[in-house]
Ligand binder design. Structure first.
Ligand code: AR6
Length: 202
């Protein structure tokens, strides 16, 4: 449950444009997206995104795996951040991960779709990409934010993730290699089919 004042504030600040379906760059951006199957903590990238909770103090799923793999110093640094609102992101060192940074973002809990879940999930991707860009990251890997404990429907979430990345690249340029990491072949195929649908739009 995100307060209304917070929602209207981030909506005002961030009216990120959407790339037109006819924009020729769309195909190119789609070709440059990668989907990998595996454990996100094993991936080498400038920034690894963590599907965190608002306290930023660790939990299960990706969050638990990231904290275990990075080591206890990650939690020490997270304690200093005083949490993070839903849809926003924070950056820390990555310690023992094969990455320069961990970007912690807090996805919305799925509550049926009428509580701004889509908008907030998009914000997670936008905030994370913006932080990565401001820290000169060339490669970033995302887990399927909100798709585990937070129960966001998978295909809907992957569509939002892909569109957010395309829109970000349309606005800021294609300077970052963006990958999506998921655990199963089934999940990987959902990403690929959402990408395919978008390729078909041109
Ligand atoms: N590598 C890649 N994907 C993973 C991994 C991994 N190591 N572990 C899980 N997934 P979740 P959420 C997939 O629950 O829904 C935590 O307790 C998983 O199959 O990690 O945003 C936090 O502290 C699913 O598709 O994140 C929060 O309280 C996706 O990653 C809460 O869970 C996300 O699942 C956040 O829930």
């Amino acid at each position: 449950n995100v307060p209304d004042w917070y929602l209207s504030e981030i909506k005002k600040q961030r009216r990120s444009r959407r790339i037109s379906p006819d924009d020729p760059r769309r195909q190119e951006f789609l070709e440059n997206l990668l989907v990998v199957k595996g454990n996100i903590t094993k991936i080498v990238a400038d920034a690894v995104v963590n599907a965190a909770k608002s306290s930023l103090l660790g939990g299960g799923g990706v969050d638990g795996a990231v904290h275990r793999a990075a080591g206890p110093e990650l939690l020490q640094e997270c304690r200093k951040l005083n949490g993070c609102p839903v849809g926003d992101a924070r950056i820390t060192n990555a310690y023992k991960l094969q990455a320069r940074y961990v970007i912690h973002t807090v996805g919305p809990v799925w509550g049926g779709g009428k509580h701004e879940e889509d908008f907030l999930l998009r914000e997670c991707y936008m905030s994370s990409l913006e932080l990565a860009k401001n820290h000169d990251c060339r490669t970033i890997v995302f887990p399927a934010i909100s798709c585990g404990v937070y129960s966001f429907p998978f295909a809907r979430a992957t569509g939002i993730a892909i569109d957010a990345v395309l829109d970000f690249k349309a606005e800021h340029g294609d300077h970052m290699q963006v990958s999506f990491c998921c655990f199963s072949e089934r999940d990987k195929n959902i990403y690929l089919s959402e990408m395919q649908k978008r390729k078909g739009q041109d």
